[in-house]
Ligand binder design. Sequence first.
Ligand code: OSB
Ligand code: MG
Length: 392
Amino acid sequence: MTPRPVSSAPALDIESITLREIRLTLKEPFRISSGVMRERRIALLELTDRDGATAWSECVAFQLPIYTSETIDTAWLALREWLAPRVLGRSIEGPQLVHALLERDIRGHNMAKAALEMGCWGLGAAIADLSLSKLLGGTRDRIPTGISLGIQSEPAALVARAQLAVRDGYRKIKVKIRPEQDIDYVRAVREALGSSIGIMADANSAYTTSDTAHLVRLDEFGLIMLEQPLGDDDLVRHAALQRQMTTPICLDESVTGVDRAEDMIALGSGRIVNIKPGRVGGLMVARQIHDVCQHAGIPVWCGGMLESGIGRAYNVALASLPNFSLPGDLSPSARYWDRDIVTPEWTMDADGMVRVPRETAGLGVAVDRDYIDSLTVRTEVLRAERTMVSVS
Ligand code: OSB
Ligand code: MG
């Protein structure tokens, strides 16, 4: 594929990267098929260049390897030991080159790579005095928003949350499912909401091919898609399942890069892709997957990882690209947190749209440093080796 022209992507000279871990308590526990989250331990990066320009980014890895194999602690190690040294103290022609720099001879660790790569885009946007959306080639200034509802103790509790979400304006309702908590839950939501709103289910890899007949029963609810029913690295079995189901399969975990998106399309493993920049190693790959899918007529949407307002800024900018044609998991700050770490907080209007800050340079939100300081439990400052002063 020919590389996209990158408009005015500036050179980067990163002098230091401050790694921090903050803790943010979720307003409500969030349960997926493989575990429950009550609090987010979030790694934040603050990149500073030689002229003192700064940008913040967020690593989306969770505390436990329940979504992919990465965790906040593996990401911290990867960033400190292998990734940050690749970018510190050298001149890089632009953020579009960072992914290749991080990819060479370092396998995996996509969320760690993405945290750093996204920070480079944020820094690039700040230096170029452009919004992240414009730097990436985004075109839209409002994005339709969907909500992802965690597994509840009973269908009625899920229905109540889904009804509130519709009242709030959400454009898509996604319900988490797992074996034993699936058909009844989806049926209850469909019956309560009628056919006026798109409903989908996300299994986070909780099923196997022996559940095929069971999963096919979901077809009767007219879901807009079924997200990642089978193995987190599977494509072949998803293709077989897709041939059995009328509901479009959407892949999340299984699409870890451009090749995997191409393979999904070639094999027919799914008809929709959830793109999360953290999962695929950053914004450049996310954009390439967007382009590949657009070319193949595959709609994409932007997924979420229960991010803080910093991670949200990157997702919103990405989702402003034209083929993000389905509502993204881009809930406003107040859905997750009593207080977010950015100002203004992310909001959604009554029509379920989140506004893309296209006229503000950089992320489009200000980082609340005092509040972040109060939430910080560890900090590590990384500098280029040649500038390191060894004084004890
Ligand atoms: O699969 O999309 C997922 C949350 C945790 C782990 C996996 C997923 C999710 C979500 C959250 O669906 C979406 C959001 O950030 O609101
Ligand atoms: Mg998912």
